[in-house]
Design a protein around this ligand. Structure first.
Ligand SMILES: *[C@@H]1O[C@H](CO)[C@@H](O)[C@H](O)[C@H]1NC(C)=O
Ligand SMILES: *[C@@H]1O[C@H](CO)[C@@H](O)[C@H](O)[C@H]1NC(C)=O
Ligand SMILES: *[C@@H]1O[C@H](CO)[C@@H](O)[C@H](O)[C@H]1NC(C)=O
Ligand SMILES: *[C@@H]1O[C@H](CO)[C@@H](O)[C@H](O)[C@H]1NC(C)=O
Ligand SMILES: *[C@@H]1O[C@H](CO)[C@@H](O)[C@H](O)[C@H]1NC(C)=O
Length: 379
């Protein structure tokens, strides 16, 4: 064998190993997260407390991991919990819980949150009810409020706090966002073409501007998750049941709803490419929330999931085991015996098993560009 080749292979291998072993991974000291119910760890429970019932504070929520309802929309952990764990960080406190323990970051995500400000939906008659004021701009406002307490570490010579130094070792998540925006807009009767033309660009622009604002405030490492395939969600499949077979793809998901999610992801990736060009020092990661779920649904057995993968685990029956009058958490609504074999937990949100699979794909690839752990490598 050619000696040069042997050395070359040895060199490449040893560098791969030394890269991992010598601790050249950035020491992430905190995470700050913005988004909706997919990563909320308790905000909506506090915000909705006296306004509307949110059943997630009842069993069986939390049964798989925490052993009790934890403020998360799942039977256990959400994606950011697995990521924090892998980075050696504790679970993130919800901003509204007034935790004094914010040195490792804060979670600003709220169940039901939209990317676009809530006034837009209300003044344009896109929703027939009052929304909780929890959209991305409000979450960014909370971040401003939290900054002095999470960032009392640095004072620049002028006496002004130097937030940039503080956030250089932080990992930000902006999203998932958009699912609630599109859900309201579909429900208001808009067509696929209208949503793509008028609303997707607005949602993506709002997310992109938030990322830009955080970069200007000193964020360097930012994960921007795209939308999941909501056309495969038991609640959406139930609400938008169609007698026309051509409305469904080969998995059984709704084509038009998924087409909007994919278009959102396409525009979001383009917006990220633009931001990377304008802020070359920032490391912006696109996290794919769509493909990992499609991959599982397309071949559930291969991933250890039950064959009937479009059915929710927690529910009282119907084609997708989801009933709008009997939410998971309400009295008498049972969970399946093995949540680990289900993709959807409550018809809207994912099981811990699904969340773990997504988190692994974001950390190590192939579902993130670049994978989080390679973005954190220091050269
Ligand atoms: C990471 O940073 C924390 C806080 O500054 C410090 O306590 C810890 O020792 C660091 N870990 C490594 C591996 O450098
Ligand atoms: C803050 O949280 C960390 C991790 O969960 C924990 O180890 C530590 O004891 C907490 N500190 C206080 C003051 O509660
Ligand atoms: C958090 O603090 C705010 C302002 O002091 C207060 O209004 C709110 O009730 C507190 N929330 C909780 C959950 O304690
Ligand atoms: C939501 O809160 C923000 C920030 O406090 C405020 O500027 C905005 O007017 C509020 N929107 C609504 C619809 O209440
Ligand atoms: C089913 O949908 C297709 C495509 O939208 C349409 O061309 C066809 O007319 C529909 N069939 C029925 C029976 O509505």
């Amino acid at each position: 064998m050619d000696l040069t080749l042997v050395f070359l292979v040895f060199f490449i291998l040893s560098c791969l190993l030394c890269g991992v072993r010598s601790g050249s991974l950035l020491n992430v000291t905190s995470t700050f997260t913005f988004g909706d119910s997919h990563i909320d760890t308790g905000n909506v429970l506090i915000m909705a407390a006296s306004v509307i019932p949110v059943w997630i504070d009842h069993p069986p929520y939390g049964e798989t991991f925490f052993g009790h309802p934890s403020g998360r929309f799942s039977d256990g952990r959400v994606v950011i919990d697995f990521i924090a764990n892998e980075l050696g960080l504790p679970f993130l406190p919800a901003f509204l819980s007034n935790s004094t323990n914010v040195s490792h970051g804060v979670n600003f995500a709220v169940g039901g949150a939209t990317a676009i400000e809530v006034a837009f939906f209300e003044t344009n008659n896109l929703v027939p009810f009052k929304l909780l004021n929890n959209s991305l701009d409000v979450q960014l406002g909370w971040f401003e409020q939290a900054k002095p307490s999470v960032c009392n570490c640095n004072e620049a010579p002028g006496g002004q706090p130097s937030y940039g130094d503080c956030f250089g070792n932080a990992l930000f998540f902006v999203g998932e966002l958009g699912v609630n925006d599109y859900n309201f807009i579909w429900t208001a009767g808009k067509t696929e073409d209208e949503i793509k033309k008028y609303y997707v660009p607005k949602v993506v622009d709002t997310i992109s501007k938030a990322v830009e604002r955080l970069i200007k405030e000193g964020a360097v490492y930012i994960v921007v998750p795209g939308n999941p395939p909501t056309g495969c969600s038991p609640s959406v499949l139930t609400f938008r049941l169609s007698p026309n077979k051509t409305d469904y793809d080969h998995i059984g998901c709704l084509r038009n709803v998924n087409a909007v999610a994919r278009y959102h992801n396409l525009l979001l990736r383009a917006a990220i490419a633009g931001l990377r060009g304008r802020y070359p020092h920032a490391r912006i990661i696109f996290a794919d929330f769509y493909e990992p779920i499609i991959r599982i649904l397309d071949n559930p057995g291969h991933f250890g999931f039950a064959d009937d993968a479009l059915k929710a685990c927690c529910g009282t029956g119907g084609a997708y085991n989801w009933d709008p009058n009997a939410f998971c958490g309400m009295p008498g609504v049972p969970a399946c015996r093995n949540p680990g074999a289900y993709v959807s937990w409550d018809g809207v949100h994912y099981t811990e098993a699904t969340n773990r699979y997504i988190a692994q794909g974001w950390l190590h690839g192939p579902y993130a560009d670049p994978p989080i752990l390679s973005a954190l490598q220091r050269y």
